[in-house]
Design a protein around this ligand. Structure first.
Ligand code: ADP
Ligand code: MG
Length: 352
Protein backbone atom coordinates (compact mmCIF):
# COMPACT_ATOMS: atom_id res chain seq x y z
CA UNK A 1 0.00 0.00 0.00
CA UNK A 2 3.08 2.16 0.22
CA UNK A 3 3.08 1.95 -3.56
CA UNK A 4 -0.40 3.44 -3.65
CA UNK A 5 0.58 6.31 -1.39
CA UNK A 6 3.65 6.98 -3.52
CA UNK A 7 1.64 6.85 -6.72
CA UNK A 8 -0.95 9.20 -5.21
CA UNK A 9 1.62 11.70 -3.95
CA UNK A 10 3.45 11.59 -7.26
CA UNK A 11 0.18 12.21 -9.08
CA UNK A 12 -0.58 15.16 -6.78
CA UNK A 13 2.67 16.93 -7.56
CA UNK A 14 2.80 16.19 -11.23
CA UNK A 15 1.40 18.91 -13.47
CA UNK A 16 -2.08 18.27 -14.79
CA UNK A 17 -3.31 19.79 -18.00
CA UNK A 18 -6.48 20.33 -19.93
CA UNK A 19 -7.32 20.89 -23.55
CA UNK A 20 -6.85 24.67 -23.64
CA UNK A 21 -3.35 24.53 -22.20
CA UNK A 22 -1.84 23.42 -25.51
CA UNK A 23 -0.95 25.20 -28.71
CA UNK A 24 -0.78 22.68 -31.53
CA UNK A 25 2.40 22.66 -33.61
CA UNK A 26 3.63 20.39 -36.37
CA UNK A 27 1.87 17.10 -36.99
CA UNK A 28 4.37 14.32 -36.24
CA UNK A 29 2.36 11.28 -37.14
CA UNK A 30 -1.05 9.94 -37.97
CA UNK A 31 -2.13 6.34 -37.60
CA UNK A 32 -5.41 4.46 -37.55
CA UNK A 33 -5.71 5.01 -33.79
CA UNK A 34 -4.64 8.60 -33.30
CA UNK A 35 -2.87 11.76 -34.40
CA UNK A 36 0.39 13.04 -32.90
CA UNK A 37 1.44 16.70 -32.69
CA UNK A 38 4.34 18.67 -31.37
CA UNK A 39 2.80 21.15 -28.91
CA UNK A 40 3.80 23.95 -26.60
CA UNK A 41 2.07 25.27 -23.51
CA UNK A 42 -0.26 28.23 -23.95
CA UNK A 43 0.80 29.83 -20.68
CA UNK A 44 4.52 29.63 -20.22
CA UNK A 45 4.26 31.20 -16.75
CA UNK A 46 4.64 27.93 -14.86
CA UNK A 47 7.81 25.88 -14.64
CA UNK A 48 9.43 25.56 -18.03
CA UNK A 49 8.35 22.32 -19.65
CA UNK A 50 9.93 22.82 -23.03
CA UNK A 51 8.29 21.28 -26.07
CA UNK A 52 5.81 18.48 -25.60
CA UNK A 53 4.20 15.84 -27.75
CA UNK A 54 0.44 15.28 -27.79
CA UNK A 55 -1.29 12.17 -29.05
CA UNK A 56 -5.04 12.34 -29.55
CA UNK A 57 -6.06 8.72 -29.43
CA UNK A 58 -9.21 6.66 -29.89
CA UNK A 59 -10.49 4.17 -27.34
CA UNK A 60 -7.13 2.36 -27.29
CA UNK A 61 -5.66 5.47 -25.70
CA UNK A 62 -6.84 4.21 -22.30
CA UNK A 63 -4.52 1.22 -22.50
CA UNK A 64 -1.69 3.39 -23.78
CA UNK A 65 -2.05 5.75 -20.79
CA UNK A 66 -2.02 2.79 -18.43
CA UNK A 67 1.14 1.36 -20.06
CA UNK A 68 2.93 4.71 -19.94
CA UNK A 69 2.08 5.19 -16.26
CA UNK A 70 3.44 1.75 -15.51
CA UNK A 71 6.62 2.33 -17.54
CA UNK A 72 7.26 5.61 -15.76
CA UNK A 73 7.20 3.88 -12.38
CA UNK A 74 8.99 0.66 -13.34
CA UNK A 75 11.47 1.40 -16.16
CA UNK A 76 11.33 5.13 -16.96
CA UNK A 77 14.52 5.24 -19.02
CA UNK A 78 13.22 2.67 -21.53
CA UNK A 79 10.62 4.94 -23.08
CA UNK A 80 9.92 8.58 -23.92
CA UNK A 81 9.24 10.61 -20.80
CA UNK A 82 5.47 10.49 -20.19
CA UNK A 83 3.93 13.58 -18.63
CA UNK A 84 0.19 13.10 -18.39
CA UNK A 85 -2.83 11.44 -19.93
CA UNK A 86 -6.52 12.28 -19.67
CA UNK A 87 -9.93 11.76 -21.22
CA UNK A 88 -10.96 14.73 -23.33
CA UNK A 89 -14.72 14.52 -23.81
CA UNK A 90 -15.53 17.97 -25.21
CA UNK A 91 -14.15 17.09 -28.66
CA UNK A 92 -16.61 17.13 -31.58
CA UNK A 93 -15.48 13.65 -32.59
CA UNK A 94 -16.60 12.25 -29.26
CA UNK A 95 -14.39 11.17 -26.40
CA UNK A 96 -10.66 11.09 -27.11
CA UNK A 97 -7.74 10.23 -24.91
CA UNK A 98 -5.02 12.85 -24.84
CA UNK A 99 -1.50 11.71 -24.00
CA UNK A 100 1.40 14.08 -23.31
CA UNK A 101 5.13 13.31 -23.45
CA UNK A 102 8.21 15.41 -23.33
CA UNK A 103 9.51 16.10 -26.83
CA UNK A 104 12.59 13.85 -26.92
CA UNK A 105 14.08 14.97 -30.22
CA UNK A 106 13.62 15.43 -33.94
CA UNK A 107 14.58 12.00 -35.23
CA UNK A 108 13.43 8.44 -35.04
CA UNK A 109 15.77 5.60 -35.96
CA UNK A 110 13.73 5.31 -39.18
CA UNK A 111 14.56 8.92 -40.11
CA UNK A 112 18.23 8.35 -39.34
CA UNK A 113 18.35 5.06 -41.27
CA UNK A 114 16.91 6.74 -44.37
CA UNK A 115 20.05 8.88 -44.70
CA UNK A 116 22.78 7.72 -47.09
CA UNK A 117 25.21 8.60 -44.30
CA UNK A 118 23.80 6.02 -41.87
CA UNK A 119 25.28 4.94 -39.49
CA UNK A 120 27.86 7.77 -39.53
CA UNK A 121 25.10 10.35 -39.06
CA UNK A 122 24.40 8.77 -35.65
CA UNK A 123 28.01 8.46 -34.54
CA UNK A 124 28.56 11.81 -32.83
CA UNK A 125 24.98 11.76 -31.49
CA UNK A 126 25.52 8.62 -29.41
CA UNK A 127 29.27 8.37 -28.97
CA UNK A 128 29.74 12.08 -28.28
CA UNK A 129 32.57 12.31 -30.77
CA UNK A 130 33.68 10.93 -34.07
CA UNK A 131 35.81 7.80 -33.73
CA UNK A 132 39.45 7.86 -34.61
CA UNK A 133 38.97 5.16 -37.23
CA UNK A 134 38.84 5.32 -41.01
CA UNK A 135 35.39 4.96 -42.54
CA UNK A 136 34.74 1.30 -43.05
CA UNK A 137 32.79 -1.65 -41.72
CA UNK A 138 34.61 -1.76 -38.37
CA UNK A 139 33.63 1.78 -37.57
CA UNK A 140 30.08 1.19 -38.82
CA UNK A 141 29.88 -1.95 -36.73
CA UNK A 142 30.79 -0.10 -33.57
CA UNK A 143 28.05 2.47 -34.15
CA UNK A 144 25.48 -0.22 -34.94
CA UNK A 145 26.52 -2.13 -31.81
CA UNK A 146 25.90 0.94 -29.68
CA UNK A 147 22.46 1.56 -31.19
CA UNK A 148 21.49 -2.09 -30.75
CA UNK A 149 22.77 -2.18 -27.18
CA UNK A 150 20.68 0.86 -26.26
CA UNK A 151 17.63 -0.65 -27.91
CA UNK A 152 18.06 -4.00 -26.14
CA UNK A 153 18.63 -2.22 -22.84
CA UNK A 154 15.33 -0.35 -23.22
CA UNK A 155 13.58 -3.55 -24.29
CA UNK A 156 14.99 -5.50 -21.34
CA UNK A 157 13.48 -2.83 -19.06
CA UNK A 158 10.05 -3.30 -20.63
CA UNK A 159 10.23 -7.10 -20.60
CA UNK A 160 11.43 -7.22 -17.00
CA UNK A 161 8.35 -5.16 -16.15
CA UNK A 162 6.14 -7.69 -17.91
CA UNK A 163 5.36 -5.54 -20.92
CA UNK A 164 5.59 -6.80 -24.50
CA UNK A 165 5.67 -3.89 -26.95
CA UNK A 166 4.52 -5.76 -30.09
CA UNK A 167 5.31 -2.88 -32.45
CA UNK A 168 9.09 -2.56 -32.29
CA UNK A 169 10.29 -0.88 -35.48
CA UNK A 170 12.60 2.02 -36.37
CA UNK A 171 9.59 4.40 -36.56
CA UNK A 172 8.91 3.68 -32.87
CA UNK A 173 12.45 4.31 -31.66
CA UNK A 174 13.20 7.96 -30.90
CA UNK A 175 16.59 9.51 -30.31
CA UNK A 176 16.45 11.37 -27.00
CA UNK A 177 18.65 14.43 -27.39
CA UNK A 178 18.68 14.95 -23.62
CA UNK A 179 20.05 11.54 -22.67
CA UNK A 180 21.85 10.85 -25.98
CA UNK A 181 20.19 7.46 -26.17
CA UNK A 182 17.55 5.73 -28.19
CA UNK A 183 14.24 5.21 -26.39
CA UNK A 184 11.13 3.27 -27.27
CA UNK A 185 7.85 5.05 -28.05
CA UNK A 186 4.29 4.10 -28.99
CA UNK A 187 2.91 1.68 -26.42
CA UNK A 188 -0.38 1.63 -28.34
CA UNK A 189 -0.13 -2.08 -29.14
CA UNK A 190 1.65 -3.11 -25.95
CA UNK A 191 0.38 -5.75 -23.60
CA UNK A 192 1.06 -6.31 -19.91
CA UNK A 193 0.81 -10.00 -19.27
CA UNK A 194 1.48 -9.83 -15.55
CA UNK A 195 -1.66 -7.83 -14.88
CA UNK A 196 -3.71 -9.08 -17.79
CA UNK A 197 -4.14 -5.68 -19.44
CA UNK A 198 -4.80 -5.92 -23.15
CA UNK A 199 -4.32 -9.64 -22.81
CA UNK A 200 -6.28 -10.64 -25.89
CA UNK A 201 -3.93 -10.24 -28.82
CA UNK A 202 -5.09 -7.61 -31.30
CA UNK A 203 -3.21 -8.99 -34.24
CA UNK A 204 -4.69 -6.35 -36.55
CA UNK A 205 -2.51 -3.83 -34.75
CA UNK A 206 0.70 -5.56 -35.70
CA UNK A 207 2.93 -4.19 -38.42
CA UNK A 208 3.47 -7.07 -40.88
CA UNK A 209 6.90 -5.78 -41.89
CA UNK A 210 8.36 -6.37 -38.43
CA UNK A 211 6.00 -8.96 -36.92
CA UNK A 212 7.36 -12.39 -35.97
CA UNK A 213 5.77 -15.31 -37.82
CA UNK A 214 3.65 -16.41 -34.83
CA UNK A 215 0.29 -14.73 -35.20
CA UNK A 216 -0.60 -14.77 -31.55
CA UNK A 217 1.81 -13.96 -28.81
CA UNK A 218 0.15 -16.21 -26.30
CA UNK A 219 -0.67 -19.72 -27.43
CA UNK A 220 -4.16 -20.18 -28.80
CA UNK A 221 -4.89 -22.38 -25.78
CA UNK A 222 -5.24 -19.21 -23.70
CA UNK A 223 -7.58 -17.17 -25.87
CA UNK A 224 -9.34 -14.99 -23.33
CA UNK A 225 -8.26 -12.81 -20.46
CA UNK A 226 -8.71 -14.32 -17.04
CA UNK A 227 -9.85 -11.96 -14.28
CA UNK A 228 -7.12 -9.61 -13.08
CA UNK A 229 -6.17 -11.46 -9.84
CA UNK A 230 -6.11 -14.80 -11.63
CA UNK A 231 -4.01 -13.29 -14.41
CA UNK A 232 -1.60 -11.79 -11.91
CA UNK A 233 -1.09 -15.18 -10.30
CA UNK A 234 -0.91 -17.10 -13.55
CA UNK A 235 0.97 -14.78 -15.83
CA UNK A 236 4.55 -15.41 -14.62
CA UNK A 237 3.83 -19.05 -15.43
CA UNK A 238 2.26 -18.22 -18.79
CA UNK A 239 5.20 -15.92 -19.51
CA UNK A 240 7.63 -18.79 -18.97
CA UNK A 241 5.53 -21.15 -21.05
CA UNK A 242 4.93 -18.87 -23.99
CA UNK A 243 7.88 -16.44 -23.91
CA UNK A 244 5.79 -13.60 -25.37
CA UNK A 245 8.75 -11.20 -25.14
CA UNK A 246 10.43 -13.08 -27.98
CA UNK A 247 8.00 -11.43 -30.37
CA UNK A 248 9.84 -8.12 -29.81
CA UNK A 249 13.18 -9.89 -30.18
CA UNK A 250 12.30 -11.00 -33.70
CA UNK A 251 11.44 -7.40 -34.64
CA UNK A 252 14.69 -6.20 -33.06
CA UNK A 253 16.61 -8.78 -35.10
CA UNK A 254 15.06 -7.34 -38.26
CA UNK A 255 16.27 -3.89 -37.19
CA UNK A 256 19.82 -5.27 -36.79
CA UNK A 257 19.46 -6.76 -40.25
CA UNK A 258 18.39 -3.40 -41.70
CA UNK A 259 21.26 -1.60 -40.01
CA UNK A 260 23.77 -4.09 -41.41
CA UNK A 261 22.31 -4.33 -44.94
CA UNK A 262 21.61 -0.98 -46.64
CA UNK A 263 19.47 -2.74 -49.26
CA UNK A 264 16.91 -3.81 -46.62
CA UNK A 265 16.43 -0.35 -45.10
CA UNK A 266 13.66 0.69 -47.49
CA UNK A 267 10.13 -0.66 -47.10
CA UNK A 268 10.35 -2.49 -50.40
CA UNK A 269 13.76 -3.93 -49.49
CA UNK A 270 12.47 -5.24 -46.17
CA UNK A 271 9.33 -6.68 -47.75
CA UNK A 272 11.50 -8.43 -50.33
CA UNK A 273 13.73 -9.84 -47.57
CA UNK A 274 10.69 -11.09 -45.65
CA UNK A 275 9.46 -12.85 -48.76
CA UNK A 276 12.84 -14.53 -49.30
CA UNK A 277 13.08 -15.60 -45.66
CA UNK A 278 9.59 -17.05 -45.70
CA UNK A 279 10.52 -19.06 -48.79
CA UNK A 280 13.41 -20.49 -46.73
CA UNK A 281 10.97 -21.43 -43.92
CA UNK A 282 12.41 -18.62 -41.78
CA UNK A 283 15.82 -20.29 -41.73
CA UNK A 284 18.33 -17.44 -41.87
CA UNK A 285 21.26 -19.78 -42.55
CA UNK A 286 19.43 -21.29 -45.52
CA UNK A 287 18.60 -17.77 -46.72
CA UNK A 288 22.27 -16.80 -46.57
CA UNK A 289 23.33 -19.91 -48.51
CA UNK A 290 20.89 -18.95 -51.18
CA UNK A 291 21.52 -15.21 -51.28
CA UNK A 292 25.26 -14.92 -50.79
CA UNK A 293 26.54 -16.50 -54.03
CA UNK A 294 24.58 -13.94 -56.10
CA UNK A 295 24.88 -11.06 -53.67
CA UNK A 296 25.20 -7.43 -54.75
CA UNK A 297 28.04 -5.31 -53.34
CA UNK A 298 25.53 -3.84 -50.84
CA UNK A 299 24.55 -7.27 -49.59
CA UNK A 300 28.15 -8.45 -49.35
CA UNK A 301 28.94 -5.45 -47.17
CA UNK A 302 26.29 -6.53 -44.68
CA UNK A 303 27.68 -10.07 -44.45
CA UNK A 304 31.18 -8.66 -44.05
CA UNK A 305 30.07 -6.47 -41.14
CA UNK A 306 28.28 -9.30 -39.36
CA UNK A 307 31.26 -11.62 -39.97
CA UNK A 308 33.70 -9.37 -38.09
CA UNK A 309 35.33 -10.89 -34.98
CA UNK A 310 34.65 -14.47 -35.99
CA UNK A 311 31.06 -13.80 -37.03
CA UNK A 312 29.66 -12.79 -33.63
CA UNK A 313 27.30 -10.28 -35.25
CA UNK A 314 25.89 -12.96 -37.54
CA UNK A 315 25.63 -15.32 -34.57
CA UNK A 316 23.61 -12.74 -32.61
CA UNK A 317 21.36 -12.02 -35.61
CA UNK A 318 20.59 -15.71 -36.10
CA UNK A 319 19.77 -16.06 -32.40
CA UNK A 320 17.13 -13.31 -32.73
CA UNK A 321 15.53 -14.03 -36.09
CA UNK A 322 14.25 -17.57 -35.64
CA UNK A 323 10.93 -19.12 -36.49
CA UNK A 324 10.32 -20.64 -33.06
CA UNK A 325 9.89 -18.07 -30.29
CA UNK A 326 11.45 -20.31 -27.67
CA UNK A 327 14.63 -20.68 -29.71
CA UNK A 328 15.11 -16.91 -29.83
CA UNK A 329 17.37 -15.23 -27.29
CA UNK A 330 15.93 -12.84 -24.67
CA UNK A 331 16.82 -9.14 -24.43
CA UNK A 332 18.83 -9.80 -21.27
CA UNK A 333 20.76 -12.71 -22.80
CA UNK A 334 21.39 -10.71 -25.98
CA UNK A 335 22.97 -7.92 -23.92
CA UNK A 336 25.44 -10.47 -22.54
CA UNK A 337 26.28 -11.72 -26.05
CA UNK A 338 29.98 -11.45 -27.03
CA UNK A 339 28.91 -9.08 -29.84
CA UNK A 340 28.77 -6.40 -27.14
CA UNK A 341 31.98 -7.50 -25.44
CA UNK A 342 33.92 -4.34 -24.60
CA UNK A 343 37.21 -6.21 -24.30
CA UNK A 344 36.72 -7.47 -27.81
CA UNK A 345 36.22 -3.91 -28.98
CA UNK A 346 39.29 -2.70 -27.12
CA UNK A 347 41.39 -5.47 -28.61
CA UNK A 348 40.08 -4.43 -31.98
CA UNK A 349 41.09 -0.80 -31.56
CA UNK A 350 44.57 -1.76 -30.30
CA UNK A 351 45.07 -3.83 -33.41
CA UNK A 352 44.39 -0.78 -35.61
P1 ADP B 1 1.54 6.49 -34.00
O1 ADP B 1 2.56 5.56 -34.61
O2 ADP B 1 0.43 5.76 -33.32
O3 ADP B 1 1.07 7.53 -34.95
P2 ADP B 1 3.69 7.33 -32.21
O4 ADP B 1 3.57 7.29 -30.73
O5 ADP B 1 4.58 6.32 -32.84
O6 ADP B 1 2.22 7.30 -32.82
O7 ADP B 1 4.19 8.78 -32.63
C1 ADP B 1 4.22 9.20 -33.98
C2 ADP B 1 5.49 9.97 -34.28
O8 ADP B 1 5.59 11.10 -33.44
C3 ADP B 1 6.76 9.17 -34.01
O9 ADP B 1 7.14 8.39 -35.10
C4 ADP B 1 7.77 10.27 -33.74
O10 ADP B 1 8.25 10.81 -34.94
C5 ADP B 1 6.93 11.33 -33.04
N1 ADP B 1 7.01 11.22 -31.57
C6 ADP B 1 6.24 10.47 -30.76
N2 ADP B 1 6.58 10.62 -29.46
C7 ADP B 1 7.61 11.51 -29.43
C8 ADP B 1 8.40 12.11 -28.39
N3 ADP B 1 8.21 11.81 -27.10
N4 ADP B 1 9.36 12.99 -28.75
C9 ADP B 1 9.56 13.31 -30.06
N5 ADP B 1 8.85 12.79 -31.07
C10 ADP B 1 7.88 11.90 -30.79
MG1 MG C 1 4.30 4.65 -34.06
Amino acid sequence: WDMFVLAFVERLFRPTYKKDDFVLGKKLGEGAFGVVYKVSLAKKSSAKEGDLVLKKATEYGAVEIWMNERVRRACASSCADFVYGFLESSSKKGAEYWLIWRFEGESTLADLMQSKEFPYNVESMILGEVQDLPKGIERENKIIQTILRQLLFALDGLHSTGIVHRDIKPQNIIFSEGSRTFKIIDLGAATDLRVGINYIPKEFLLDPRYAAPEQYIMSTQTPSAPSAPVAAALSPVLWQLNLPDRFDIYSTGLILLQMAFPSFRSDSGLIQFNRQLKRCDYDLVAWRKNAEPRASADLRKGFELLDLDGGIGWELLTSMVRYKARQRTSAKAALAHPYFDKEGLLALSFMQ
